[in-house]
Write a protein that binds this ligand. Sequence first.
Ligand code: GAR
Length: 198
Amino acid sequence: MTKRVAILISGGGSNMVALAQSMTGDHPARPVLVLSNDPAAGGLAKASGMGIPVQAIDHKTFGKDRAAFEAVLHDALAAVQPDIICLAGFMRILGADFIGPWEGRILNIHPSLLPKYRGLHTHARALEAGDSHHGCTVHQVTAALDDGPVLGQARMPVLQGDTPDTLAQRLLPLEHALYPAVLRRFAAADLRPVMLDG
Ligand code: GAR
């Protein structure tokens, strides 16, 4: 049975594009929805252009009521019955009440070698720490921020003169290789971690 994948984004959606482009041919999954918490997210037009249904649920209209936002988000996802939900540059923290019903089916990509640098500003933090390597992680989402079983990591060396921007730029193509590789395995119920060196 083909797996149904919903992808949540907040911005340009380059990881979403990499995931969507990978789901062709004998791939065990297909994208059924791209959803953004920001109606202005550039990724929405890209998804539409690829023929994927899109939806925006503007978190700002819910003010500080995160539970109300998450209830609407839950209903929008439930309506398309996803087997897998990929967070791809989705910049809202999701609470335990939202995650509960989907736990085990949500993946996230994070721009650090977890467990290092949960949260924001990962590139700057890797530089400040003097790390010799940086990278990205795809993991299953639990109620704890940027935690949960690791399904894959891509590593790259930090070079002399790197800045947060150069690290982000060099890391993005590795994200685009790692996330589709993990999704393909995960959709086939293969939880062995994918390890890439860049
Ligand atoms: C990616 O670098 C992703 O790893 C990061 O946001 C970027 C989204 O880019 N995600 C996080 O920081 C999640 N905490 P994209 O919209 O082009 O995929």
